[in-house]
Design a binder for this molecule. Structure first.
Ligand code: FE2
Length: 317
């Protein structure tokens, strides 16, 4: 069983721009592994949560999921092979770079590289944020969540639910099919959407401990409005207050706060929209943006609201 999203691996022609945004805007810690070639980004006590590698070829993002131990890795490898996936053992160099004890990888039906590993090491030094922030919410909730647009909805849903052991959090069929899936207390670790468009990475969500750190990141983004892919708003399902920042590879990092958690008694529901308020998707065609505005209006007229539950807000700073 998969326990969490552990890390991501980005291959990009824009290494320097990633480092600058990660450190100065998001507040991550940047560590150089190889000058102008490879960086590790930290958000917590772990040795890395993003591995950024320079490539001259097309950009890509791979996800690293965590299992408990070597036996679980063997177990999941066998399940994947039984379903026809070609599973390849990571090399010693790949394990070293990621700081994990064991790792395998395969490609999902959309061609996204997925790694499964165990034993992600702690760093030798405490986390030092790139700007003064109160840290990120990770721990047993993992790095955050990823939302993907897939051309193979059924196969991807089967992969996450039946092979990886994720459970349904909620779903919608309009305006297109989306499933939100969890594997730990985080409301969703994966969201998959079938829009009819080409497969792509939509966003990765990172969660700040402190609300003011979202606000300050938003202030910075407002100095370059083009960088805002989705404006400040609050999600209807995980209750994140967040906005989406375009990254140098032109997919997005959602910067959020105060997501709610789910437990074994969770009952999946069908969603009435994506957000309670805000979250204007600046990249949508005008008619779709208008449709989204009408949904927000309906929810506002119904008076739909959700409590804010904070478990990590820093009270001492
Ligand atoms: Fe999200």
């Amino acid at each position: 069983m998969i326990q969490a999203l552990s890390y991501i691996v980005v291959e990009t022609p824009h290494l320097e721009a990633w480092a600058t945004q990660a450190r100065d805007h998001i507040g991550m810690q940047v560590e150089t592994v190889e000058l102008n070639q490879c960086l590790r980004l930290r958000v917590d006590e772990k040795i890395q949560r993003f591995l950024i590698m320079k490539t001259a070829a097309v950009t890509s993002m791979s996800m690293g999921f965590e299992v408990a131990n070597a036996a679980e890795l063997l177990n999941i490898t066998q399940k994947l092979k039984d379903e026809g996936y070609v599973v390849i053992e990571g090399t010693a160099q790949e394990r070293l770079l990621r700081g994990v004890d064991g790792m395998v990888f395969f490609y999902d039906p959309d061609g996204v590289r997925i790694e499964v590993s165990y034993g992600l090491a702690d760093a030798d030094t405490p986390f030092v944020p790139g700007r003064p922030i109160g840290g990120f919410r990770t721990g047993d909730m993992g790095l955050g969540h990823v939302a993907l647009i897939t051309e193979h909805f059924e196969q991807l849903s089967h992969l996450y639910r039946n092979i990886f052991g994720f459970k349904l959090s909620d779903h919608t069929n309009a305006p297109f099919r989306v499933e939100f899936l969890h594997c730990n207390p985080r409301h969703h670790t994966i969201g998959i959407a079938h829009t009819g468009g080409p497969a792509k990475i939509y966003h990765l969500m990172l969660e700040y401990n402190d609300f003011d750190d979202v606000g300050r990141a938003y202030d910075m983004a407002l100095t370059n409005p083009e960088s805002i892919g989705v404006t400040l708003g609050r999600h209807i399902n995980d209750h994140a207050t967040s906005f989406y920042l375009k990254n140098p590879d032109d997919w997005m990092i959602e910067l959020g706060w105060a997501t709610r958690t789910v437990g074994p008694d969770w009952e999946p529901t069908e969603l009435e929209g994506m957000s309670l308020w805000g979250h204007d998707r600046t990249w949508l065609p005008d008619d779709k943006r208008e449709e989204a505005r009408q949904i927000l209006k309906r929810l506002a007229q119904k008076g739909l609201r959700a409590p804010v539950v904070t478990t990590t807000q820093n009270l001492n700073n």
